[in-house]
Write a protein that binds this ligand. Structure first.
Ligand SMILES: [Zn+2]
Length: 272
């Protein structure tokens, strides 16, 4: 469902409608005292933004959420931009999940403006309970893409395997991760990624948890595993360094809020 900025959806007052305004991977939020708040439609209507189309994102606790992308990072008194992945722990968990959902949807819409079959402009479906874009010319329908990726903590006695990607901030190490390939089970993906990126084998692969990761459209599925053989051999492509670390010799690790960090904290609980 689309609506115009400042216009409520049927059955909801402006007061109950929240607007998630993104600029790249940052979200416009209100800061009141020590609290970070998602602005209401009323709040946003006072900012005199140019009218734009917003996308319905979902309902939560009586509030209806809409989202839109901003073209510029303007400054507004009483508002500020926050990196989306740094909001975890600063707003309610369910509200945080809504920000990830909306960001994922906006990323998906951005790359599905035109039909992949006939090239015509796609339309967001108006059917309730169905999130999709539809081609009015040929009938092609596209649902939001969700790309599964595994992430795995491999433990060898009192050590955990951590590696550095060339994309990481300086000095940062994390657990191994990679996208699932067509026709592949999650466990076989764990085995392949470990073999390709660091040349080791693992067994006792056990499910740990999962986390939506909309940068741009992943679902991270986390595992723990036991080292079962091989010497660390990095591919020098995706991985530029890897090693075994004890709880007392950990390098710079990912910040709280990521499932990579949760896996490393699971290891620390067992070995501290
Ligand atoms: Zn088409």
């Amino acid at each position: 469902m689309d609506c115009e900025l400042g216009v409520s959806s049927p059955g909801n007052s402006c007061k109950d409608s929240r607007l998630l305004l993104f600029y790249e991977d940052e979200l416009l939020v209100k800061e009141e005292a020590d609290m970070i708040l998602i602005p209401s439609m009323q709040d946003i209507s006072l900012l005199n933004l140019k009218t734009t189309t917003v996308q319905y994102s979902g309902s939560l606790n009586g509030n209806t959420y809409y989202a839109a992308n901003l073209c510029a990072k303007d400054q507004f008194p009483g508002f500020c931009f926050k990196k989306l992945r740094q909001l975890s722990g600063h707003i309610a968990d369910d509200c945080f999940e809504m920000t990830y959902r909306a960001f994922h949807i906006m990323n998906w819409l951005k790359i599905n403006k035109f039909c992949g079959c006939c090239g015509k402009v796609m339309q967001v479906t108006q059917a309730p309970q169905e999130l999709a874009v539809h081609c009015p010319a040929c009938g092609h329908t596209v649902y939001p893409r969700i790309s599964p990726a595994i992430i795995v903590a491999v433990v060898n006695e009192d050590k955990i395997l951590l590696a550095r990607s060339s994309r990481f901030p300086a000095g940062r190490y994390s657990v191994i991760a990679g996208f699932v390939e067509p026709g592949e089970t999650l466990e076989n993906c764990v085995r392949r990624e470990l073999q390709e990126e660091v040349g080791i084998e693992a067994d006792n692969i056990a499910y740990f948890g999962n986390q939506p990761w909309p940068f741009p459209d992943s679902l991270m599925i986390a595992f723990t595993a036991q080292y079962a053989g091989g010497e660390i051999t990095i591919d020098n492509n995706e991985i530029v360094a890897a090693d075994w670390f004890t709880a007392n010799t950990l390098p710079n690790i990912p910040p709280k809020g990521s499932i990579a960090r949760q896996l490393i904290e699971w290891f620390l609980e067992k070995h501290c």
